[in-house]
Ligand binder design. Sequence first.
Ligand SMILES: [Zn+2]
Length: 373
Amino acid sequence: MISKTIIAVLAVSASSALADGSAIITPVVITGGSPTAPVCVVPKIISPGSGCCSYSIANNVTKKFETYNQPGHVFGNEDDARAYAGTVHAKMPFFEPIGSGERLVGGWFYDNGGFHAAADYMKNDLSTSTDPSFLVHAVANGKVLSVYWDDWLGNTVVVEHTAGDGSKYRSVYNHVRNGFTNDLAHARAIDLSKYGNPPDTSNWSKYKKYAMNPNPDPRFWGGDDQVVLVKVGDQVSSGQVIAHSGDTGAGGAGNGLDVNGNPTDSRTANVHLHLFVAVPHPTIVGRWMFIDPYGVYQQVNTGCYALLKDTWYQRLYAAYYPSFHNISAMLLDKYQDYYRGMGMGMRTLGPFRRDLEKDKRRSLFCLSQAGRR
Ligand SMILES: [Zn+2]
């Protein structure tokens, strides 16, 4: 009885805030904002045969590289990967790394079905005369583990997030800018022989040509003032601006270049933010596994990444409602077990939307029946 009341109250609050309450109050089978909206299907999590998406990523605190795997490299089969993904929950508020002028353009799989294991973001309004870069925000409170250059990932920032119960998450921001002079020098210094002298059509070769252009376009390379704004050891708060998006690294601009190293889209040159989110490997200490923070594990064009559309797995991007039934979000978080005792669990339903008036992050916790797995 109590739980039903809570749902109803929240639904009213949420629906007034977001003009769409129908997805929130449907506890088990959730079809999104309208009866005709497609139900998100059980996602594919592993992609057998795909070699993509195991990376060595630096930890500048321990001065070691750590391995981050896609689920297909952690689990040999879909069932185990799904079972594990079902255990990943947001134990602290998470937000999208963007502002109101940007959007998600790429999801867990590429449109061709290839593994991506990350989320891509781009600016909404692009033209051939403006800088496609945008500000990158920390997705949650955390500590900066690394800021470094990688020939493929470009300038990379790693932040570790520790929830109140000790649960760890990592967010890895790739292809960001770290000053025109610095980025150009790194890009021009790429030694293709280290990568097996790849063919002209490879991202490596295209990126090298792009970098060797005697007149690098400042719209795509940025200025010397566009640097990473945090350093190793910094504590960052959720939403803090930490970097400027860019296309650094062969995996950044590379996909958006022709064989001569010229941008195929003269508005973007593939300037975007590629965000990995990872949780500890289920069995190997010091290893990390990529997860989909939206809980979708599909291509972006399924519609299932839409705000308030429920997914098979919980979203880490908790919309976070500051005053739920006069209970603060922190108390809700602290006493999750109390709500579980009533058959309720914390669900995270949607990415944050920026409060246009105060540029303040608005969000929303929702209680409904515990996760469906
Ligand atoms: Zn990407």
